[in-house]
Design a protein around this ligand. Structure first.
Ligand SMILES: Cc1cc2nc3c(=O)[nH]c(=O)nc-3n(C[C@H](O)[C@H](O)[C@H](O)COP(=O)(O)OP(=O)(O)OC[C@H]3O[C@@H](n4cnc5c(N)ncnc54)[C@H](O)[C@@H]3O)c2cc1C
Length: 1020
């Protein structure tokens, strides 16, 4: 075990590490590339690009898009677009070349050819070939140098089960195709023999997420089942052809699931004795040590060894940025020395237990590798008992020295087509040019070997010292300009359902809520609960026989009572002051946090929301409370400009009684948002939730009542829209109506509210969020992996029942067919099922009426377009209101399918001749809510920002899931009246601005500005 190493052992290992490291450096120096080799030129071009960060970014982005560019004109156009802004940093020759090379000119064509040749050349450096014969030749070359190989088939992101199946098949073909040849090659004992009598020569590395398009930690059983079925086929093929299978490790979200599947399958009878398998542990993860101990315990129980490849990890930037954006704990170490130290610590653990876990070290860092070699020597292990693994095209000099030392060096050889190849190339370029990279430090930065060989703990001490020095007083540094867009509000982090404890909490909440189903919920008017003669059931759309609860149905009389109660409570509520009201909102947010799983569970049952969607809704409700609390305090205080002799006060008053009419699709968030905005600004509220989500609304009422909000400040009035909703809207004492829902109802409310009755004395304010007919435009250079997944998620997430949902995909002609085919397959792979099931990515629509309406549009689609996909839901139709995702292709732009809001899982795909026509199509409806663009042309993205006329435009990402504060949400044209929810000016719609000017001069004497008391109204 790692802790079995005494201090004396560690000192001896350290001394050998330095000795081995120095040996590698000395011998490596003899193998410098000569000026006659291509590698020398590649390195020089790279180091030129590395000198300027802006050039580097543009260069990598250009390399990334290049394979998608069909002709020279497009390549030249992109070159101009990428390098125009950084041209002053380019060498003169390149600058001149760009200046004369217009897209259609001869010079342009020559430039495009040169750019493609260079990028392909770079790719060849890291990618062993495009097909098996090229890769076999590369493998043979390595063998001649006494180096083994493992093959990694580069693939596009797997977006459908068909792609997952063909990915598996490609691996099966690879093994069966090369095994006879490779196994017939003459033996090279240094790499073919291990401690074991013989080691498979054919060796493949595979990523498990590529075996299932729905691979997701939220549903470990379902994912494991699908992956295991394919992995079994692979393992059987490998056994039959004597091949080794290594499971690579991907992003953190996949880690637990990958480890679980690996362990589970190798305990199956058929694979219990398998030893030619391995898995990766990423030492940059804080969890890595615990995972390795888990693996060791498992291997001991299994009594057969497996290989463990220790690496630091390839996704450091992504993990850091992604977890910060989500508000989750960062899973990777934040200081490089920590990853290095952990690599060594875990090396000791693996080497000390090599009879259970066979060590393979995947690194290009001479120190990390030398430490492994030293460990083996210290433990008296023969070189064949462990492996040193390195990537194709990287660290070639070290590889040769280590092979010459008699070690088994295995080369990780990716191979495949240019498109996935470029993504891999960019990852390698980024890694090689990262400031923390060993290779950059040793080659480009020329840091001396004694520094590079330093023990990571010594490095830490040095860094601490230099930080101390940095804090000593010195000349004032240039203070960077403040970022005006800096984040000041932080969103509630979504639940990470890849974490087992969170899944457990959700299962528990679902069970607890199940026990509570069927209860009755009376109205709340003023201080009392009130029942009515009519009750309405709210049913579970996933299982229509199940009654979630019943609620009292309010009529006109109760509407009058509620408005009266709200009116009576309003002056005192206002007098309380903004700070106190904001405190109520914060307390409500806190209650929601405590009850988050339960509140999400209610939504699963009442609205057919999947786990993530329901959890997101609770987070958004919390955000609204916190955000509006923060905003209101800033807004409601007195503002003004005083001059001597004159005091000016500008401040806001509440409008009075607010009626909140909310929809069912974000049953807690939207209701909470509108209610919180009205309350915190001093209005009192009558909540009229949707009939389909009145139980979730009752939970919100419960929360505010538990906080002892004064009676009448908030009233709960469920009922039928046309009765109680209409009565509330028309009531002369209603000052404001905050509505979210359909266009038809929104416009009707607006019209009604404009009619001033004899009894009323205000023009009612209407804030209405209405529908959308949102589009995603896919350019001809788009990353199709990302575009397909984003369209699927935006169109079919919550069954397309979000106002922001994508209901039109507008695709440029040249990528239309490819995109459509992948889109259809990806959608086909979605699982339709009850919202309660975490594996279901598509649940039911909200009710019977909605089902019938969506089906009518499907019938229409068959006439107006070409049905490209209709997902069959089988027997589910008996259980609930299910309708499978539908895709219609070649939909004409003026058709009803392309113009009307459907609010269901129906997507229209339209063809655009070029980007200009695409923009015209995006804009070509009555709505202006959300839209998206997938493009890698900086010029087209810039055009989209200016020309696409919607409230929320998203570039190169999905179009749903706006976050409070970060993406204030709302549209214009027929999509809404008023400003954006979750934005800086939303609250101003709930208040009346006033200005008071006082002449403070008395007989020539005036107090100093600001000395007079604030008036009572300035309480806010
Ligand atoms: C044969 C082989 C197979 C591999 N397979 C996988 C795999 O399946 N999954 C996988 O994720 N990776 C894998 N890798 C690792 C990965 O691709 C990188 O090659 C590796 O992380 C680079 O580490 P290094 O030891 O060569 O270089 P070094 O330069 O010593 O280390 C660089 C690494 O340190 C870490 N790091 C950088 N900055 C910081 C910081 N500020 N704080 C903390 N840590 C930091 C990162 O992991 C970074 O990649 C594999 C590598 C090899 C050689």
């Amino acid at each position: 075990m790692a802790h079995d190493f005494s201090d004396k052992d560690l000192a001896a290992i350290e001394a050998t590490t330095l000795e081995v490291g120095r040996y590698i450096f000395e011998h490596r120096a003899n193998i410098r590339p000569s000026v006659l080799e291509r590698r020398w030129w590649d390195d020089h071009i790279m180091s030129w690009a590395m000198q300027d960060e802006s050039v580097k970014v543009q260069m990598f982005r250009f390399v990334d898009v290049l394979p998608m560019l069909k002709d020279s004109a497009s390549v030249t156009r992109h070159l101009h677009e990428y390098f125009h802004d950084v041209r002053q940093h380019l060498p003169m020759a390149v600058r001149l070349g760009l200046a004369v090379a217009t897209p259609d000119s001869l010079a342009g064509r020559a430039l495009a050819i040169a750019a493609r040749r260079n990028a392909t050349g770079q790719a060849r450096r890291f990618i062993a070939g495009a097909n098996t014969s090229e890769v076999l030749a590369a493998a043979m070359r390595e063998r001649k140098l006494r180096r083994a190989f493992t093959l990694d088939l580069l693939g596009e992101a797997v977006t459908s089960q068909r792609e997952a199946e063909s990915y598996l098949q490609a691996y099966v073909n690879l093994i069966t195709g090369i095994a006879p040849t490779v196994n017939a090659w003459p033996e090279v004992p240094q790499i073919d023999r291990a401690e074991l009598p013989e080691l498979p020569r054919v060796n493949v590395s595979i990523k498990l997420s590529a075996l299932d398009s729905q691979f997701d930690g939220i549903d470990p059983q379902g994912s494991a089942q699908r992956v295991s079925a394919r992995l079994r086929t692979l393992l059987r093929t490998a056994q039959k052809h004597r091949a080794f299978v290594n499971v690579d490790m991907e992003s953190y979200a996949c880690k637990d699931l990958t480890l679980a599947i690996f362990k589970q399958i190798l305990l199956e009878e058929e694979f219990r004795d398998l030893v030619d398998v391995g898995i990766v542990i990423q030492c940059y993860l804080r969890d890595a040590e615990a995972d390795l101990h888990g693996l060791l315990d498992w291997a001991r129980q299994r009594r057969r060894p497996v290989w463990v490849r220790l690496v630091k990890g390839a996704y450091w930037d992504y993990e850091t940025v992604h977890s910060q954006a989500q508000g989750w704990p960062v899973p990777v170490f934040q200081e490089k020395w920590q990853s290095d130290a952990n690599f060594e610590k875990l090396s000791r653990l693996v080497f000390a237990n090599h009879e259970h876990l066979r060590p393979a070290l995947g690194s290009h860092n001479v120190r990390s590798l030398a430490h492994g070699v030293a460990l083996a020597r210290h433990l008296g292990l023969p070189p064949g008992s462990f492996e040193l693994q390195m990537l194709y095209g990287m660290g070639d000099q070290e590889k040769q020295v280590l092979a010459d030392m008699g070690h088994r060096v295995r080369i990780y050889m990716p191979f495949g087509e240019l498109i996935p190849g470029m993504a891999y190339l960019v990852r390698r370029l980024l890694e090689n040019t990262s400031n923390d990279s060993f290779l950059k430090a040793s080659f480009t930065d020329r840091i001396p070997p004694e520094v590079l060989l330093m023990n990571p703990h010594e490095v830490a001490a040095r860094e601490r010292d230099s930080r101390r020095l940095a804090t000593l007083p010195r000349a004032p540094a240039v203070v960077p300009a403040a970022n005006p867009f800096q984040q000041t509000f932080f969103n509630e982090p979504a639940t990470d359902f890849a974490v087992e404890a969170n899944r457990g909490a959700m299962h528990d909440a679902l069970a607890a809520v199940r026990d509570e189903l069927g209860r009755h919920y009376p109205l709340v008017i003023g201080p009392r609960e009130a029942d009515t003669s009519e009750r309405m059931p709210s049913v579970d759309p996933s299982q229509k026989q199940r009654v979630v609860g019943t609620f009292a149905v309010a009529g006109v009389e109760q509407a009058n009572d509620a408005v009266a109660a709200a009116k009576a409570a309003q002056p005192a509520w206002h007098a309380l002051g903004v700070e106190a009201r904001a405190e109520y909102l914060r307390a409500a947010a806190s209650q929601m946090r405590d009850r988050r799983f339960e509140l999400a569970a209610w939504q699963v049952y009442e609205c057919g929301k999947g786990w993530r969607e329901a959890d997101g809704d609770v987070c958004e409700a919390i955000d609204f409370c916190e955000y509006y609390a923060q905003q209101a305090v800033a807004l409601m205080g007195p503002h003004g400009v005083d001059v001597p002799g004159e005091e000016n006060r500008f401040y806001y008053l509440p409008r009075g009684v607010a009626v909140v009419i909310a929809p069912w699709n974000f049953p807690l968030a939207i209701l909470t948002g509108m209610t919180a905005a009205a309350l915190v600004t001093g209005n009192t509220v009558v909540m009229k939730p949707s009939e389909q989500s009145s139980i979730v609304a009752a939970k919100l009422m419960e929360i505010f009542r538990a906080l002892d909000v004064p009676p009448g400040v908030l009233n709960y009035l469920p009922g039928k829209g046309e009765v109680v909703g209409a009565a509330l809207v028309e009531h002369p004492d209603t000052a404001l109506i905050a509505f979210t829902g359909s266009r038809a109802v929104g416009l009707a409310i607006n019209a009604r509210a404009a009619e001033v009755s004899a009894a009323g004395d205000v023009v009612k304010r209407v804030i209405a969020e209405m529908g959308g007919k949102n589009a995603i435009l896919v350019d001809d250079d788009a990353d199709l992996d990302e575009a397909v997944l984003a369209v699927v998620r935006s169109a079919f997430g919550y069954q397309g029942q979000k106002c922001s949902a994508c209901s039109r995909a507008i695709v440029l002609d040249s990528v239309y067919d490819t995109f459509l085919e992948r889109l259809v397959e990806a959608t086909k792979s979605l699982q339709v099922g009850p919202a309660e099931d975490p594996g279901a990515s598509v649940g039911p629509v909200i009710d019977e009426e909605s089902l019938v309406r969506v089906q009518r549009y499907i019938d229409l689609g068959k006439r107006e377009g070409r049905m490209a996909l209709a997902v069959d839901i089988g027997e589910l139709s008996q259980k609930g209101y299910y309708v499978g995702p539908h895709i219609f292709a070649d939909v004409p732009r003026a058709s009803r399918l392309a113009q009307e809001e459907i609010f269901g899982p129906v997507l229209a795909v339209l063809r655009a001749r070029d980007f200009s026509e695409g923009i015209a199509l995006v804009n070509g409806t009555d709505y202006a809510l959300t839209a998206g663009v997938f493009s890698r042309s900086p010029a087209n993205l810039a055009r989209a920002k200016v020309e696409i006329m919607v409230g929320n435009l998203y570039l190169n990402r999905g179009i749903t899931g706006a976050l409070v504060g970060r993406q204030p949400f709302g549209g214009f044209k027929m999509s809404g009246i008023g400003s954006k929810a979750g934005g800086p000016d939303y609250l101003s719609q709930f208040v009346i601005p006033r200005t008071v000017t006082e002449n403070t001069m008395r007989r020539g004497f005036a107090p100093a500005a600001g000395e007079l008391d604030a008036t009572a109204d300035e309480r806010g």
